[in-house]
Design a binder for this molecule. Structure first.
Ligand code: 0GY
Length: 310
């Protein structure tokens, strides 16, 4: 695969570029598998990063994304608008159009967006909006504005993707449970996996999903959540071991409401850059039967993003 380039922008100090030599996974993905959480960055020279961004990444183009997917065995992609592009969805739309229907998207929009512009996003393949509550990534948007956007996108059959840290769930609970659409949580609501899986923090997240059948979760990003890290404790298969009980529990309790994604090109990682091939090998440790794997990787994302084909 080709090397990342930095475009016209100076990368955030300490930025880790994505890994260019991913292993071939040992786990063979089921036919039609969907990477339901990945991003494109620029290239900055063509699709500039927005002035209000909180980081400047390396470039990560659509061609590089799709080459990775071919290598790993993914048939389809869900590309999520990254915060470095703000509400400028041009790089996302360019990727969706280029994919000829094999990629769908989750956009970021402002309240001021016109109905025509929303329809144009839909025609390109956008099926959701992302509301981000991670303070290091975005400035605050009033909840009334987000609720107004949710009401408008509901009419298009879209859903809302929410990104937040576990400690903020109590404060955000009323807003999340009032959303009128399907709600997809990024990375299990970022639990602190050094806490017990049976403890109150994760119990609240499980309650959130149990009491609200419109809530789905991505069981992705072990590399982001793990404290023990990628280092094998008992052989290679033990990488990110501390995340396994959390993700496995969500997959087994809510098998029809879980999604998985690589999170390529892995923005803002500070310690290490994962090998995407080894990340795919994490999947059978959290979805331990062929049926769970098929739901996680094919049936669920198809129902949400390609309902006309599911
Ligand atoms: C992720 C996580 C992160 C960043 C973004 O859009 C973004 O900038 O999503 C993060 O820094 O935790 O899901 O890619």
């Amino acid at each position: 695969m080709s090397q990342p380039t930095s475009g016209d922008f100076t990368k955030t100090p300490g930025w880790l570029d994505w890994y260019t030599g991913p292993a071939k996974p040992r786990f063979q993905l089921p036919a039609g598998a969907v990477d339901a959480h990945c991003h494109v960055f620029g290239p900055g020279a063509e699709f500039p990063y927005v002035p209000e961004r909180k980081y400047t990444p390396c470039d990560a183009s659509k061609e590089q994304l799709f080459a990775l997917h071919d290598h790993l065995g993914f048939a389809r992609s869900v590309v999520v608008q990254a915060t470095c592009h703000g509400a400028d969805n041009r790089a996302l739309v360019d990727t969706l159009v280029y994919s000829q229907g094999k990629a769908r998207g989750v956009a970021t929009v402002k309240r001021s967006i016109s109905d025509e512009a929303l329809q144009a996003l839909h025609d390109a393949g956008v099926r959701g909006v992302r509301f981000n509550f991670v303070k290091r990534l975005v400035d605050f948007t009033p909840k009334e504005e987000l609720m107004e956007i949710a009401g408008r996108i509901k009419k298009l059959g879209w859903h809302v993707v929410i990104y937040f840290e576990a400690v903020d769930l109590p404060e955000l609970w009323d807003f999340f449970t009032a959303l009128p659409t399907t709600v997809v949580v990024d990375h299990m609501g970022r639990p602190d996996v050094s806490l017990p899986v049976d403890g109150p923090q994760f119990a609240l997240f499980e309650r959130f999903m149990r009491e609200h059948p419109n809530v789905w979760s991505k069981v992705s990003c072990p590399e982001r959540l793990s404290v023990t890290g990628p280092k094998a404790l008992n052989g290679e298969q033990a990488a990110y071991e501390d995340v396994v009980p959390f993700a496995r529990r969500i997959v087994e309790q809510f098998p029809d409401r879980v999604l998985w994604g690589t999170d390529w090109p892995h923005p803002n990682l500070k310690e290490h850059m994962p090998d995407d091939g080894l990340l795919v090998d994490f999947i059978p440790r959290i979805a331990v039967t062929a049926e769970l794997q098929r739901k996680l990787l094919v049936d669920n994302p198809m129902r949400l993003y390609w309902p006309e084909e599911a």
